[in-house]
Ligand binder design. Structure first.
Ligand SMILES: *Cc1c(COP(=O)(O)O)cnc(C)c1O
Length: 444
């Protein structure tokens, strides 16, 4: 047994519960899909992002089954911004998902991944005209965000001598606050109807779809039912008034993953609706309308599909005792890799069992920045340099929003369904970081 210098600490929450003493309970995750976490770090370095293909596939099939078993025509459009590593996108495309992009960069990435224009939804408030023109020529589905975009598309229609099929993005009160009203046209105050009237009068565009994305990490299935009702009502009215055939409603993404929001006491297993609960609420709301011609149902879900498939492995570099007596650990992964650390209390597990009693500890990253906090208050046994922690779930948004800041971004590994790890992105290095820099001659 290793000697640990004694300290006196007031432990406020050391009450034994039915789960055992919080002083002794250790959460251990020694492997991911059968691959030992220490081996992964030995082979690929630390820190390390790790994705599980099995988890991606299982979750996708769970959602697909939940919707397809209740509704005839369902399509999934992978939200690129949630995670646009090529290997990850390719898994979704192989599973049958199309692409949903919100910029010309993401559009180009989807095209490069072999996705045809007609299988790309182009969303977002900022679509430069050149990017729009390419998307129109390639037959992408364009979801209009504002009136300028209607004008831009009409110019393009004129220029190319074509009529362009479009959808509009809508926003509305779904009973969840704050409302996401920044994007698209409001249904409740008639703005969405007016936008379509404007499209109709222009005669160059025609409406084939309605879209909304009501928020992210939405814990309420009934908000989606409200969304669907409003989209279905609007669809009916627009078809009657303008003679359009609105083929699809796209309900966006935003389903919650099993992550633990800060400030929310109940665990995700209790508060996060299942795929079936979301699907039940959404499809029932469509069926309420008894429409002769049911719309296709499009989903752009991102977070709920990928979050739990992603881990970040990090190694302990040093420990400290803060002036207030609290234990502190410095690990090699910082908040530049964990953008979502500001909202979630991650599930953080040890690579093996450690000797000694738990004490409240703080985990800090390697950045020389006070904000670099991975966990503010977590019960941990005494750890040593090289102890490995796995942080989960981190598959959504963290990689795409990570940045080289103070330290390089690390490697990313995908574990395939046969438990073989594959490197899917190299770490950044100096050459990569300075590649685009230019020093003016006079400073050379
Ligand atoms: C971000 C985004 C999504 C995906 O949202 P998740 O919360 O990751 O499911 C879908 N549609 C649009 C328009 C988005 O902006």
């Amino acid at each position: 047994m290793k000697y640990e210098k004694p300290t006196i600490n007031r432990v406020d929450f050391a009450i034994a519960s039915k789960y055992g003493s919080p002083l002794k309970t250790q959460k251990i995750r020694s492997e991911i899909d059968g691959v030992n976490v220490r081996e992964l770090i030995k082979d690929f370095g630390s820190p390390l992002f790790v994705f599980s293909e099995r988890a991606i596939e299982d979750k996708y099939l769970e959602f697909k089954e939940a919707f397809s078993s209740r509704y005839p025509e369902v399509e999934f459009w992978w939200s690129y911004k949630t995670n646009y590593l090529d290997a990850i996108c390719k898994i979704y495309h192989k599973l049958g998902s199309k692409a949903e992009v919100v910029s010309e960069f993401e559009y180009q990435k989807a095209r490069r991944n072999g996705i045809e224009g007609k299988n790309i939804i182009f969303n977002g408030p900022y679509k430069p005209k050149d990017a729009l023109r390419v998307a129109v020529k390639e037959g992408a589905k364009i979801h209009i965000d504002h009136l300028y975009e209607i004008n831009d598309l009409e110019d393009i229609a004129e220029e190319l001598g074509v009529n362009i099929p479009v959808a509009i993005r809508c926003n509305m009160d779904t009973g969840i606050y704050p409302q996401w009203s920044r994007f698209g046209f409001n249904i409740d105050n008639g703005e969405a109807y007016e936008a379509v009237k404007r499209i109709y009068k222009g005669k160059k565009l025609y409406l084939t779809g309605l879209h909304a994305h009501i928020g992210t990490f939405m814990l309420s299935a009934s908000a989606y039912a409200n969304e669907v009702r409003k989209l279905m009502q609007l669809r009916k009215k627009l078809e009657e008034d303008f003679g359009y055939e609105i083929e699809y409603i796209d309900i966006g993404g935003g389903f919650a993953s099993k992550n633990r929001l800060k400030g929310v006491y109940q665990p995700p297993e209790v508060i996060v609706p299942s795929a079936d609960e979301y699907a039940e609420a959404i499809t029932n709301a469509i069926y309420e309308f008894n429409d002769k011609k049911l719309p296709k149902l499009y989903l752009e879900t991102g977070r709920a599909l990928i979050d739990e498939a992603g881990y970040l492995l990090t190694s302990v570099f040093a420990d400290k005792r803060f002036p207030d007596g609290k234990k502190g650990y410095i690990v090699d992964a910082g908040v530049n890799l964990l953008y979502t650390a500001f909202w979630y209390n991650f599930d953080i597990a040890l690579d093996k069992r450690y000797e000694g009693l738990n004490e409240p500890s703080m985990i800090n990253g390697p950045l020389c920045m006070n904000i670099d906090v991975i966990a503010e208050n977590i019960m941990l046994p005494p750890l040593e340099r090289g102890s490995v922690l796995s942080i989960w779930p981190v598959g959504a948004y963290n990689y795409t929003q990570s940045m080289q800041f103070i330290r390089y971004r690390p490697r990313v590994v995908l574990i395939d369904k046969n438990s073989t790890p594959h490197l899917i992105r190299e770490a950044d290095d100096l050459e990569y970081v300075v590649e685009k820099e230019i020093v003016p001659d006079y400073l050379k």
